[in-house]
Structures are given as structure tokens and as C-alpha cells.
Unconditional design. Sequence first.
Length: 117
Amino acid sequence: MHWYLEVLKKYAVFEGRARRKEYWFFVLFNLIISFVLGFIEGLFGGPGVLGAIYCLAVLIPGIAVAVRCLHDTGHSGWWLLIGLVPIVGFIVLLVFMVQDGTPGPNQYGPNPKEVSA
């Protein structure tokens, strides 16, 4: 829960670096919350408004943490746009997001592993 809240605290911070752990915990919590909201909406026969509102609420933090995660691997945040290319874009982004960050500081800031340690 700590990693999820950290991302929300940095709501629209696109500079700096984010660890893989921060990114993937944010993704995991979003999947769990979306599943629960979808289950609740389905149980009561709702039109899916709760899920749509939640998705809009976490859109900017999700993009921001993805950009910071790309920065951690030494890539520009603009690489996020490659996700718009069907299949290949998803694979490229997945490879970038599972890579360990560059050791030591890079052009985007200090290594978050060393800062938090």
C-alpha cells in the first residue's frame, strides 16, 4: 500500500526516477481495485461508472509513474508513446519496465534504490 500512496503523492511529477517496485505495485493495486469495482458494479447491475471514474482518477499518476520508471532505465518518457504501436509497442514497453534501473545517477536524477536505502 505504501508504494501506491507514494505514486499518488507524486500525482503529476514527471521528472526524476521511479523504481520498478513502485511502478509494478501501482499496476498491481490498480488491477485489484478495478477488479473489485467491476465486481461491485456487476453485483448491483451498475453501468460501470465507478470503474470509469477510478480510471480517470489514476490516469495522470499512472502516466507519471510510467515516465519515471522509463527514466530509471535511462529512457526518455516519450518512449511511452511506443505503446500505441500494436503488439510490438507493448512488448518494447514491457521489456523497458522489467529492466533494472541504471546504477548510480543518470541524466534524470539519482538512483532511487540508493536514495531509499
